[in-house]
Design a binder for this molecule. Structure first.
Ligand SMILES: Cc1ncc(COP(=O)(O)O)c(C=O)c1O
Length: 404
């Protein structure tokens, strides 16, 4: 008889955004006239930039021509894309990363969910709390987290690193040493960043203890301040302790197109064993590459016009972030984030729980956000709004909240 992987049964409740979707649908059914503004889910709203669309069309035409048709992509991704990534994202920032240390994929979610597979099941995992839920959930599915404690809303064998107002929403080095450390900066959901001197401390700590840092830089393109590293490889010694994840989703609006990459330096080892060959093997066995046309679109992101156009889109979202940040602050809310990330993190008023504030905002203002508790227990009493809406809706949402 077949048996299921019972680790899946340990996952509490339904996925955060399914619950939100259900609540919003129920509200809309009861209030068919209401114009709901969604600033909840982190999906972009601007269309793909013209330069990228041109590259896509060209690549589609190539697929229809026997001379230029492409079948399976190379395992690690096309050389044209890997070399432009290495040059523009790393070498030009002073990071010594070569094209063959870059693994092209269909997005950062899959990569940061799958990466745990190349590590032993007895590795101890540390995560920021709150954070993007994929890191914990993928380790739960693998059986690395122990049992769920509903009272604490934590898994017994995971090291949760609280990110609170008191520490500027960046974690402190844990006293119990983890084997795998997930860091996400700029952070989803808090919008917080880590400064270079602070990140260097994590790199030194990981090198000292033989830990591996799994660094999710999906929102790197939103960094506006100096001294905030775009890549962990800007820190000395990071090639000896860190894997980095990147995504084209929020950088260039590829949430529906799908493209990302993972960087694994050749010299990176865990317990004396190189990680690059393991991920190369996994990639070769379980993944057949991002589509050629999408990799061509990715290449266009780095062209002069492509860069200019995607930067304009990011500036547009960040202007939204400024509107949300200033509007909420003027209305008396305690707010943070929104300067180097498209997320605004606000303290719920009157000690409401995140879900109470969710219902209040939906019913009284028709605005949808995300309760902070969905990202970890220390996210309770906080709420996330995203800057990915269009301008008109963003302004209207803030006006409605101000009127409450
Ligand atoms: C921190 C973080 N990493 C990764 C992802 C997923 O990126 P992708 O669309 O490339 O799978 C997201 C998406 O919201 C995210 O917030």
């Amino acid at each position: 008889m077949a048996h299921i992987n019972t680790n899946y049964k340990k996952l509490p409740g339904s996925y955060l955004f399914s619950t939100i979707g259900k609540k919003v649908r129920e509200y809309q059914e009861k209030n068919p006239e209401a114009k709901i503004i969604r600033l909840g889910i982190g999906d972009v709203t601007q269309p793909i930039a013209p330069e990228i669309i041109t590259a896509l069309h060209k690549a589609v035409d190539e697929m229809g021509n026997p001379e230029t048709f492409k079948g399976y992509a190379p395992d690690l991704g096309y050389e044209f894309l890997r070399s432009v990534i290495a040059k523009k994202d790393f070498i030009e920032r002073g990071c010594d990363i070569s094209p063959d240390e870059i693994f092209v994929s269909d997005g950062a979610k899959c990569d940061c969910g799958n990466i745990q597979e190349i590590f032993s099941l007895d590795n101890r995992v540390a995560v920021c709390d709150p954070v993007y839920p994929v890191y914990v959930d993928s380790n739960v599915m693998a059986g690395r987290t122990g049992e769920y404690d509903p009272a604490k809303e934590c898994f017994n064998d995971v090291i949760y690193m609280p990110c609170l107002k008191e520490n500027g929403f960046t974690p402190e080095l844990p006293s119990e040493v983890p084997d795998l450390i997930y860091l996400c900066f700029p952070n989803n959901p808090t919008g917080a960043v880590i400064h270079k001197t602070e990140l260097q401390k994590w790199v030194d700590y990981a090198n000292e203890h033989g830990s591996i840092i799994l660094y999710d830089a999906a929102y790197e393109a939103y960094i506006s301040e100096d001294d905030v590293p775009h890549s962990i490889y800007e820190c000395n010694g990071a090639k000896g302790c860190a894997i980095e994840f990147r995504s084209f989703s929020k950088t260039a609006g590829f949430t529906g197109l799908r493209l990302g990459f993972t960087v694994i330096p050749k010299e990176l080892k865990a317990g004396g064993e190189a990680l690059w060959p393991l991920w190369a093997r996994r990639h070769g066995t379980k993944y057949n590459g991002a589509p050629y046309i999408v990799q061509k679109a990715g290449e266009a992101v780095y062209s002069e016009n492509g860069r200019k156009q995607v930067r304009e889109q990011i500036a547009y979202y960040m202007q939204n972030a400024g509107i949300i940040l200033d509007g909420l602050a003027a209305a008396g809310y305690e707010v943070s984030g929104g300067k180097n990330a498209p997320y605004i993190w606000l303290k719920t008023p009157d000690d409401m729980t995140g879900w109470q504030f969710f219902d209040y905002l939906l019913e009284k203002a028709g605005v949808v956000g995300t309760p902070g508790s969905g990202f970890g227990p220390h996210g309770e009493h906080y709420f996330r709004l995203t800057a990915f809406g269009n301008r008109e809706n963003t302004i209207e949402a803030i006006e409605r909240i101000k009127r409450l």
